[in-house]
Write a protein that binds this ligand. Sequence first.
Ligand SMILES: C[S@@+](CC[C@H](N)C(=O)[O-])C[C@H]1O[C@@H](n2cnc3c(N)ncnc32)[C@H](O)[C@@H]1O
Length: 205
Amino acid sequence: MARGYKGRDTYSQQAHDDGYAARSVYKLSAIDKRVRIFRQGQRVVDLGCFPGSWSRYALEHIGPSGTLVGLDLEVPRLSGGIFFARSVYEVQASELIALLGGPADVLLSDMAQKTMGDRHVDHYAQIALARTALGLAAQVLRPGGSFVCKVFEGEESSDFQKEAQEIFKKVRRMRPDAVRKQSREWFLVAEDRREVEALADGEGP
Ligand SMILES: C[S@@+](CC[C@H](N)C(=O)[O-])C[C@H]1O[C@@H](n2cnc3c(N)ncnc32)[C@H](O)[C@@H]1O
């Protein structure tokens, strides 16, 4: 019998059958089905890319003419992308742009630290990762670009959403079916990064 989170659920089984490294791929695929994030030839950054299911999904959808740069504390065993091991707190936007060969079309963040079981502690640690991803998205994405980011719900979530609205024209929350029922996780899906001049002028949403 399969081991795992109180037994293997349908999504874990499906990921195994489809050859993906993690069930979380069905969160990204559900978001992509609704919003159509990916296109052939895009430049994509995947923060928190290990073990590689989001990266693999993105690579399949951007095709051989696209470029994907993935960062995590560990490197996934996956070919086709440029992967490196580093904490997100130690990467510069300019490094990501140089590796991509230009500004990104899409920035993904599924980053989460190992949880402690304390809702507040876990929320504050995770929202720090999400804010770092948002800061990089603001610097790395081209105008019109998209951002998908994991968030653990908590005190800072609404402020985080407002911060994203200053950078993107369209921001929404999504909770794909593959998110476990007991989880406080949701995804910020932000489209159409504003022009840099609009940000400098302080144009509101
Ligand atoms: C839910 S997993 C990502 C799963 C991945 N999206 C996939 O589909 O295979 C969260 C990842 O965030 C990474 N992470 C946590 N803190 C990080 C940090 N400071 N810098 C980079 N990655 C980090 C973890 O190592 C972990 O691999």
